[in-house]
Design a protein around this ligand. Structure first.
Ligand code: GDP
Length: 351
């Protein structure tokens, strides 16, 4: 997952580190005066007798010279490396607002910072990259926690473009929630696509999850209304409502979705798209959220995505949290999106 981005970040990290190291190795940096020696009063002329305690030993002096010499990282030291990082992010399909936010944050965390000579430059750089990435990735969305604190049934409506893995995601989340001890019912709200009913029924049967179906061509609002009624009367914890793929620019299909929302009153609208679509996924999510609204996002096919741009940018760009990443075709190939874990993986081998 995101292997290309990981490699590029490794190169950017090395580049930033060597720029700072090179600045630290210049004569001016090495000549920086040490802070006052132990036992020396502030402002006292060098060599003035210290009142308390006793004069520093030779060992004290050496230690102070090594530990107190410090380098202040300047903009000039990191400018080129930051421009390269910017290009790297853009090439990896990280959206412009997220790229800008990352560069700003890395710069703030490096420039003007006092670094003690001897302190690991790499640790400084990794810290800056880490906090920049965490800043754009947001908090994630803990579905388990949400369900456990919310009135049942929790109704989740899945929307998004056909072929991105929406139906598979509904099945995977059903399997995940079942494993977490919740009861689940699926509503087969994609009544348009030929074979959609069969496809989702096969998933439900394999997973042992109850499914509510109407005939192909039926009103999806009616199917999902029935699904909610079933959940209420059977005290089911979660309703997972599948829908047909809807393009954000098809007004009639969007209005269908509005009707579904009016009828089933979802607690959460989840937008599903594929990580491999990169910037297109981010743009679609943005448009979709503007028109229909979304509370959270699932990105599928992260296992096939080397660039990682959509996963890095989507929460920051649309202001909605990323909930899960799809990481394969099997039912358990889904992982709750945990920003810390993703950053650990991206900065693998970090200090
Ligand atoms: P829908 O039209 O959006 O409902 O898409 P489907 O659920 O039918 O999935 C389309 C294809 O994407 C299927 O072949 C799925 O197995 C595949 N798919 C879904 N999620 C993932 C994922 O996370 N990783 C990979 N590699 N394939 C996925």
């Amino acid at each position: 997952m995101f292997g290309g981005l990981r490699e590029k970040l490794r190169a950017a990290r090395d580049r930033l580190g060597s720029s700072i190291q090179a600045a630290g190795d210049t004569p001016q940096a090495a000549e920086k005066a040490p802070a006052e020696l132990p036992g020396q009063q502030a402002g006292a002329p060098a060599g003035a007798a210290a009142s308390v305690p006793a004069s520093p030993t030779f060992a004290d002096k050496v230690r102070v010279l090594i530990t107190e010499r410090e380098l202040i990282v300047s903009e000039k030291d990191v400018n080129d490396a930051l421009s390269e990082l910017e290009m790297t992010l853009l090439e990896s399909d990280v959206a412009l607002p997220a790229t800008d936010a990352i560069i700003d944050s890395v710069e703030k965390n490096l420039v003007g910072k006092h670094r003690k000579i001897g302190e690991s430059v790499d640790a400084l750089v990794v810290y800056a990259l880490r906090s920049a990435l965490l800043g754009v990735l947001g908090t994630g969305f803990d579905l388990r926690d949400y369900i456990s604190k919310h009135e049942r049934p929790v109704k989740i409506l899945f929307t998004g473009v056909n072929g991105t893995g929406k139906t598979t995601t509904v099945a995977k989340i059903g399997a995940y929630l079942k494993k977490e001890g919740f009861t689940v019912v699926i509503g087969a709200g994609d009544t348009y696509r030929a074979g959609a009913n069969e496809q989702i029924s096969v998933h439900a049967e394999r997973l042992g999850i109850r499914i509510i179906l109407h005939k192909e061509g039926a009103d999806p609002s009616a199917v999902l209304f029935d699904t909610v009624q079933y959940a209420q009367s059977h005290k089911i914890d979660v309703v997972l409502a599948d829908t047909a793929g809807r393009f954000h620019n098809k007004a009639n299909l969007m209005s269908q979705l509005e009707k579904i929302k009016r009828v089933m009153k979802p607690d959460l609208v989840v937008y599903v798209d594929e990580a491999v679509a990169g910037n297109d996924a981010v743009t679609r999510a943005f448009e979709f959220d503007k028109i229909v609204g979304a509370d959270a996002v699932v990105l599928t096919k992260a296992d096939m995505d080397s660039r990682g741009g959509a996963a890095i940018s989507i929460a920051h760009t649309i202001g909605k949290p990323l909930m899960f990443l799809g990481i394969g075709q099997a039912y358990d190939d889904i992982m709750p999106f945990e920003p810390e874990k993703v950053v650990d993986e991206l900065l693998e081998g970090g200090a």
